[in-house]
Design a protein around this ligand. Structure first.
Ligand code: SAH
Length: 271
């Protein structure tokens, strides 16, 4: 009796799975296989709901993202939920926007699961930086323009009136591309801070909202005019900022879309 209870407990597992940047085709095969086998999927706001079509009809779908006028479920409660589901012996997919380990709080969740002794693997996803770069034709590194790229969070500590905690020396390096996640609400502070710390006023910056989806919007400007242009364009979140001379390499590329493939694929999975 004791052995079988333990065996049942141990059969639960929670995998932290990257959902990619929004385009439902930008997900790995491994992620799709896990979604097909999942008994429970726990997903958040940045996940394209079309991906839930990979789940069976008996799979429980638990949304833990922000609702209108409400905060999202606190991280500690999400960790508790994952642990509880794992202890119940469920096969759980924790589906997270982009990559679980890039500003995705995947570290906290995998720690909580490890402490509770619940098997957990991480399946990487295409992060917003590479997803948005591809969707707009901006090469994040380019021999003549940038030999390195940095991903930084513009998240404000202590809520929307708090201060950002940006390492300006890192963000304002020459021959470098800097990508800011969660930077839309502090775009003014970022564009001024980068100039104050040495980047020229004419440095190009791109702001991409809903990158890789059919709602994608983008605005390109310089550090001096971008805040004003974005304010006029009323870009929504989620949005990503890409700063650096690589943006000028964009004109040289000609990109073709794959919309018909996406439609075809989604039709095939929904049957
Ligand atoms: N783990 C995610 C990032 C979560 S942080 C990843 O790897 O992509 C949330 C931030 O990601 C947003 O504030 C925004 O800056 C960025 N982001 C996510 N999806 C995006 C999208 N489709 N377009 C633009 N920015 C996006």
């Amino acid at each position: 009796m004791k052995t079988s209870m333990n065996a049942r407990k141990q059969s639960g597992r929670v995998d932290l799975v990257g959902a990619g940047p929004g385009d439902p085709e930008l997900i790995t095969l491994k992620a799709v296989c896990l979604l097909e086998q999942a008994q429970v999927v726990v997903y958040d706001r940045l996940v394209n709901p079309a991906l839930l079509q990979h789940c069976t009809s008996s799979c429980d779908q638990i949304y833990v993202g922000k609702r209108k006028h409400c905060h999202s479920m606190p991280q500690a409660r999400i960790c508790e939920l994952l642990v509880t589901l794992g202890q119940q012996g469920k096969r759980v997919v924790r589906l997270k926007g982009g990559d679980p380990f890039i500003f995705g709080r995947g570290g906290e969740e995998s720690d909580a699961l490890a402490q509770a002794g619940i098997p957990c693997a991480v399946v990487p996803g295409i992060t917003a930086a590479t997803g948005c770069a591809a969707a707009t034709g901006i090469p994040l590194t380019y021999r003549d323009h940038a030999q390195a790229v940095t991903f930084i969070t513009g998240h404000r500590k202590g809520g929307k009136d708090g201060k950002t905690d940006i390492n300006w020396r890192l963000a304002a390096q020459p021959n470098h591309t800097t990508v800011f996640y969660m930077g839309l609400s502090c775009l003014n502070e970022i564009s001024q801070g980068l100039q104050y710390h040495g980047l020229s006023a004419s440095t190009p910056i791109a702001v991409i909202a809903n990158g890789s989806t059919n709602k994608q919007q983008e605005v390109i400007g310089t550090l001096t005019d971008i805040a004003e242009t974005v304010r006029h364009a009323e870009l929504p979140s989620p949005a990503l900022l890409i700063v650096g001379d690589v943006i000028s390499a964009r004109e040289q590329m000609e990109l073709t879309g794959h919309d018909e493939q996406i439609d075809y694929y989604l039709e095939s999975v929904s049957q």
